[in-house]
Design a protein around this ligand. Structure first.
Ligand code: FES
Length: 105
């Protein structure tokens, strides 16, 4: 499936990400700036914060409680904030659009 990452300056990057991988890993593998993923996806860093495009918000499972707790510490949280390492890539997410924050720190 193809994931579309849009950075804070409007730059758009497309990446082909494997099913079973996650949106953080896809960005890191394709060297997309804006997602750091320091902890490798174990929900310990929150440097994989992203904003799910409004057109996709309803199509994703809601964050669990542990993720919500981590989202409390990100810069500029919004209602559509997610940790991208917790968004598992499935065929249904082909074309998913996520927006990247200005900074992860
Ligand atoms: Fe660390 Fe997502 S990569 S919380």
């Amino acid at each position: 499936p193809k994931i579309i990452y849009i950075d804070a300056d409007g730059g758009e990057f497309e990446a082909e990400v494997e099913v079973g991988s996650n949106v953080m890993q896809g960005a890191v593998d394709h060297m997309i700036d804006g997602i750091v993923g320091e902890c490798g996806g174990v929900m310990a860093c929150a440097t994989c914060h992203c904003y799910v495009d409004p057109s996709w918000e309803d199509k994703l499972p809601k964050p669990d409680e542990a993720e919500e707790d981590m989202l409390d510490v990100v810069q500029e949280p919004q209602d559509n904030s997610r940790l991208s390492c917790q968004i598992e890539v499935t065929e249904a997410l082909d074309g998913l659009i996520v927006h990247l924050p200005k900074s992860q720190f």
